[in-house]
Ligand binder design. Structure first.
Ligand SMILES: Cc1cc2nc3c(=O)[nH]c(=O)nc-3n(C[C@H](O)[C@H](O)[C@H](O)COP(=O)(O)O)c2cc1C
Length: 302
């Protein structure tokens, strides 16, 4: 668990799998196991990282109402998923209103923002500051923490090259909002120096790691989603690589770490705790095996 002045992040947190609102995604909400998960999340006060918002509405690859785009999210053997979702979202105003409704129902939602560095660092950072203002006005004191997504493998921006942009953006947000608990979500492609620099800038916690580019997990390739950049692998097939990155990361930085990627069950949560995680997140588990997800939340958070 991570205890801060204004709030806390539970030992097990749900990342993204409850949507941009943080209170569940249709049609998963029709599944009994997923509904049990929603209940466990509320009853235990589990932290929920919302799916990424951008300052303005963004049309990515996957669009829920368009069956032609469903191919951008696929199942992989071993409890895995491959996705090239591409950050479809209704923009910060709409996401803030959705999160407010979730918070009023008892969900402990931490918003997640994606800076669109392809616009240039300054404009992308300005977008983030505007979005923070929107969250502050909409959520009031319930807005105590923010996750910055520097690690989406499905966007046009190159993760390996966005280190300088991520640092500038973090510095600007840190300076403008000294009391906000800032979490940077990083990628397995990021050098450990990125994490160390973020720590020096006063970022409060790191969330490592996001989905892993297809070619890292399956070097024999090519990805079935090669047309849209290859996509990111999550769930079971990603565990070994993510656990190895996080084990080394723990030795490189002292700040609180939310570790995740690849969690298939309660034993995998324990694996991350054993290598020094302060909190552990999962996403794919909630979509592939929501019953186990619900039990895992109950075991570690009560
Ligand atoms: C379909 C899907 C959509 C995702 N969308 C986002 C997103 O918008 N923002 C983000 O930071 N991470 C996103 N993620 C990454 C997850 O939050 C998580 O970090 C990643 O899947 C690794 O964890 P897991 O193996 O438990 O799924 C997404 C993952 C999946 C499978």
């Amino acid at each position: 668990m991570i205890q801060a002045k204004e709030g806390r992040i539970s030992t097990v947190a749900v990342s993204t799998a409850l949507g941009t609102s943080g209170r569940g995604i249709f049609p998963y909400t029709l599944l009994p196991g997923y509904r049990r998960l929603l209940r466990a999340v509320r009853e235990t006060g589990a932290a929920v990282f919302a799916k990424s918002a951008t300052r303005s509405k963004r049309k990515g690859n996957f669009i829920a109402w368009n069956p032609l785009t469903w191919k951008y999210i696929r199942r992989l053997p071993g409890g895995g998923m491959l996705n090239a979702y591409g950050l479809t979202n209704p923009g910060a105003e709409a996401c803030a209103r959705e999160i407010k409704a979730a918070v009023e129902q008892g969900f402990k939602v931490i918003p997640n923002l994606y800076p669109e560095f392809v616009k240039g660092t300054e404009l992308a950072t300005l977008d983030i500051v505007e979005a923070v203002e929107i969250y502050r006005q909409t959520l009031g004191t319930d807005f105590w923490a923010l996750e910055l997504n520097y690690s989406c493998p499905n966007s046009q921006e190159a993760i390996r090259e966005n280190v300088a942009q991520g640092l500038k953006c973090s510095q600007a947000v840190r300076a403008k909002y000294p009391a906000l608990f800032l979490i940077a979500k990083i990628s397995i492609c990021h050098p450990y120096e990125f994490a160390q620099e973020l720590a020096k800038l006063g970022i409060n916690a790191l969330h490592a790691v996001n989905t892993i580019p297809y070619e890292i997990i399956y070097p024999q390739g090519p990805s079935p989603l090669w047309r849209v950049g290859g996509g990111g692998v999550s769930g079971g097939p990603a565990l070994a690589a993510a656990l190895s990155y996080n084990t080394k990361l723990r030795k490189k930085v002292g700040l609180p770490l939310i570790m995740g990627c690849g969690v298939k069950n309660r034993e995998d949560v324990q694996r991350y705790l054993d290598v020094g995680a302060d909190a552990v997140s999962f996403c794919t588990l909630a979509l592939r095996n929501p019953g186990e997800a619900a039990e895992t939340v109950g075991i570690f958070n009560s």
